[in-house]
Ligand binder design. Structure first.
Ligand code: ZN
Length: 108
């Protein structure tokens, strides 16, 4: 990690956090809106399936967002870039590809 430019990683993580927050709020906006379908035409089964899909997506985004925020906290704390299992420094290549990762390649 000593040679890694953490400001770039931080910028990547912050971009990802912004993207995830936006996608999440768009999903929640859709999901929480009163169902405005016409009962004569709407297939309620399909509506339910779409809502379920949105919930799954939202949960997914929320998980990713939590990972990104945790990575930013580790950057602040100076503990970023070490595997949580074996405490080995995670390779720069891996961190660049997956900035929010908490594990080395062996423990991914
Ligand atoms: Zn490890």
């Amino acid at each position: 990690m000593a040679t890694t430019d953490t400001s770039k990683l931080r910028a990547d993580l912050e971009t990802e956090r912004t993207d995830l927050s936006r996608q999440l709020s768009e999903l929640e906006k859709d999901g929480s809106a009163a169902p405005d379908f016409d009962e004569n035409f709407a297939d309620s089964g399909q509506v339910a399936a779409e809502q379920n899909e949105n919930l799954t997506l939202a949960a997914n985004f929320r998980d990713q967002l939590a990972e990104v925020e945790a990575a930013l906290r580790r950057l602040d704390a100076g503990t970023y870039g070490y595997c949580e299992v074996c405490a080995t420094a995670i390779t720069d290549v891996r961190l660049e590809a997956m900035p929010a990762t908490r594990f080395c390649i062996d423990h991914a």
